[in-house]
Write a protein that binds this ligand. Structure first.
Ligand code: ATP
Ligand code: MG
Length: 176
């Protein structure tokens, strides 16, 4: 069955669980026979936006390019999973306007918990000063006040967070 395209946009601190949840949902959507594409910060920054850094200007440019791609896919019936820290309200609002069928998921998790997880050792590097402009340490994260879905990954299992998102998408009529 053809389904309506949409972009599920994950915002949240590093190690909050954006990629893990996007991966889990991609599997779920594929099993439903949906067309799926993932746009993930780590991968995009090695390809489409490898020329960019982490200043506010570069972060905005990163999201603008990704939004351009997400928009094309969305209007062609693809379920797009976009996982980016995307810390600014203004640029998230831009993506929403551009893409249209855009569902914002706030992957909420306290900084202390994210820092303990430190999957890629980035928090340690940010604390020691080896890297700078790191979100939550020396760069801001603006909490969204317009999230369509909020998951709290310090209180839920990955499966529980995933189910909350699936249920919400079903209610919105996005799942076949
Ligand atoms: N309920 C949960 N949901 C998601 N992840 C969880 C949850 N509970 C524990 N975790 C763990 O938290 C970590 C999240 O890492 P992940 O790479 O998904 O973060 P991220 O938000 O994509 O970070 P980055 O911005 O650096 O890419 C994983 O190791 C995952 O197993
Ligand atoms: Mg990630």
């Amino acid at each position: 069955m053809e389904h309506k395209g949409f972009t599920l946009w994950f915002t949240g601190l590093a190690c909050s669980g954006k990629t893990v949840l996007a991966d889990a949902l991609a599997e779920d959507f594929k099993k439903r026979g949906m067309k799926v594409e993932q746009l993930d910060g780590d991968i995009v920054r090695k390809s489409l936006t490898s020329d960019l850094g982490f200043t506010q200007e570069d972060r905005n440019e990163n999201i603008k390019r990704v939004t351009f791609v997400a928009k094309l896919l969305t209007r062609n019936g693809v379920a797009v999973l976009a996982s980016f820290i995307s810390p600014y309200n203004e640029i998230r609002a831009y993506s929403k306007t551009e893409i249209g069928d855009y569902i914002l998921v706030y992957v909420k998790c306290p900084l202390e918990v994210c820092e303990k997880r430190d999957v890629k050792g980035m928090y340690a590097k940010a604390r020691s000063g080896e890297i700078n402009n790191f979100t939550g340490i020396d760069h801001p994260f603006e909490e969204p006040n317009d999230a369509d879905i909020i998951v709290e990954t310090d209180k839920q299992t990955i499966e529980e967070s995933k189910q909350i998102i699936v249920d919400a998408l079903e209610m919105m009529g996005y799942l076949p």
